[in-house]
Ligand binder design. Structure first.
Ligand SMILES: NC(=O)c1ccc[n+]([C@@H]2O[C@H](COP(=O)([O-])OP(=O)(O)OC[C@H]3O[C@@H](n4cnc5c(N)ncnc54)[C@H](O)[C@@H]3O)[C@@H](O)[C@H]2O)c1
Length: 435
């Protein structure tokens, strides 16, 4: 098994660090979702494109399937994962999918271990990044520097150094005309696009408050085997370790916070004040993450957002985002706007609107037309909002956008190898800084 030095991969220079002030980030000139002309020629429809999947779990396999369905002239060519059986399991599923005839992964192009990503990137045109998020900054940089077309799952980083590394990669992508589509999937759902466009155009008047909730049940756990090292155990149960997942506020609630940021036209909030802890999922098998967070986000213009997320078994669940304004209320998750004047709007179209398919369709459409999509701007900002809230909950302090952005704290291990890894404690608010 090869090794890689961890921390060095995320290091940024002082000069880069200075570029990431909130003002610079707010003004960052990413192309956003609008398609512009690529510096690369279009890949004509008769050019067969090779897809490489890095991270062959549930989402990676789903994204690979969507990619194959998006374009008849693409093949799944290489797969990379930490563990060989994950590659086989994913391949088995894809070979039974409607796009099975586009699956062309030879044994020579199944790669495993921490370095698998390098080999996949080397031999493919289109790269799907779907490992646990801690690895995304490194994998994204490699794909961007190699000039590949990229689908990048959320989250893209779990800490300040990771976020800054990703910002650099997005800047390089923009400079080089690299197509970079983010897995913040709601941005590719037509219903959400229409609802949020209406909010941004003033359908609820001036926004006063946003309420964003992701209260769900628990998630999977893979148990522990005697022959697994601590590193292997944590990788296989990555959700429960802050250094790998960023905690569930970053890993899952990011979708809600992304909608919140979208409504706010991706203007960074000034600060977050959060609380959280573990009250249900207290067993050591759940690593060191919390099971609930409540956060107040505050913007310069006085808007406040209240966010709640939790993962509790046998408790009431709810996923919604309400935007309260001077003229009415928008219910983003159900695509409704209720005006104080009695007006009512609701998305009624019966059109097929599968956001997971839409995002891969957009990627291949851009590639074939020689256009660039670079979702870097919102991909980074929504992620940083989630990290900022986690830092606040862990530390018990209010954390500003700039503090989160410029934070030097990382829990990424010094050395990546399947052996021991220092066990991370459950954060105790007030006991340490955590940002
Ligand atoms: N957009 C969405 O709606 C959505 C939904 C689910 C998951 N996701 C995201 O997709 C990513 C993957 O989630 P998942 O549910 O598929 O998890 P998963 O555990 O099913 O898959 C992750 C895979 O990555 C592999 N892996 C771990 N470390 C690796 C490394 N260093 N190099 C290569 N492979 C490595 C694991 O062995 C596993 O097979 C996460 O970032 C998650 O947040 C997004």
């Amino acid at each position: 098994m090869s090794t890689d030095t961890g921390k060095a991969q995320h290091e940024t220079t002082r000069r880069d660090f200075m570029r990431y002030s909130s003002a610079a980030l707010a003004a960052a000139a990413f192309a956003g979702t609008a398609a512009v002309k690529s510096v690369h020629a279009a890949a004509p429809n008769d050019t067969k494109l090779k897809i490489g999947l890095i991270g062959c779990g549930g989402r990676g396999s789903g994204a690979a399937n969507n990619a194959l369905l998006a374009d008849k002239n693409v093949i799944l060519y290489a797969m990379g994962d930490m563990f060989p059986e994950m590659v086989e399991e994913s391949l088995g599923k894809l070979k039974k999918s409607p796009a099975a005839d586009q699956v062309a992964v030879d044994d020579k192009r199944k790669f495993t271990g921490f370095d698998a990503y390098k080999k996949v990137i080397e031999c493919c045109d289109v790269i799907i990044l779907a490992t646990p998020p801690a690895f995304r900054p490194t994998h994204l940089r490699a794909a961007v520097e190699a000039g590949k077309y990229i689908f990048c799952e959320k989250p893209v980083a779990v800490d300040g150094p990771g976020i800054r590394h990703v910002i650099e990669s997005c800047n390089i992508a923009e400079k080089n005309g690299v197509v970079l589509v983010s897995g913040l999937c709601y941005r590719y759902e037509n219903k959400k696009r229409e609802t949020i466009k209406r909010i941004q155009e003033g359908a609820v008047g001036d926004i006063i408050t946003i309420e964003t909730v992701y209260n769900t049940s628990g998630l999977w756990h893979k148990g522990r085997k005697d022959n697994w090292s601590e590193m292997e155990y944590e990788l296989r149960n990555w959700l429960y370790f802050d250094w790998l997942s960023g905690d569930h506020i970053v890993e899952q609630h990011i979708h809600s916070l992304d909608k919140m940021m979208w409504v706010m036209k991706d203007t960074p909030p000034l600060k977050a004040t959060a609380s959280g802890g573990r009250t249900v999922r207290t067993d050591a098998k759940y690593g060191n993450i919390y099971d609930h967070f409540n956060t107040l986000f505050e913007w310069e213009n006085g808007v406040r957002a209240f966010s709640s997320c939790r993962q509790w078994e046998n408790a009431v669940t709810a996923v919604y985002d309400n935007v309260y304004g001077t003229k009415g209320v928008a219910k983003v998750q159900t695509h409704e706007i209720v005006g104080r004047d009695g007006s009512n709007w609701k998305w009624e179209s019966a059109e097929k609107d599968d956001m997971y398919q839409n995002e891969l369709n957009a990627l291949f459409n851009a590639i074939r037309k020689g256009e660039v999509i670079n979702n870097g701007d919102y991909m980074v900002k929504s992620n940083l909002a989630a990290i900022m809230a986690r830092m606040s909950a862990y530390s018990g302090q209010t954390v500003t956008w700039d503090q989160a952005l410029n934070s030097e704290l990382t829990y990424f291990p010094e050395k990546l190898e399947l052996g021991d890894v220092a066990k991370r404690p459950v954060p105790v608010p007030g006991a340490a800084k955590y940002f």
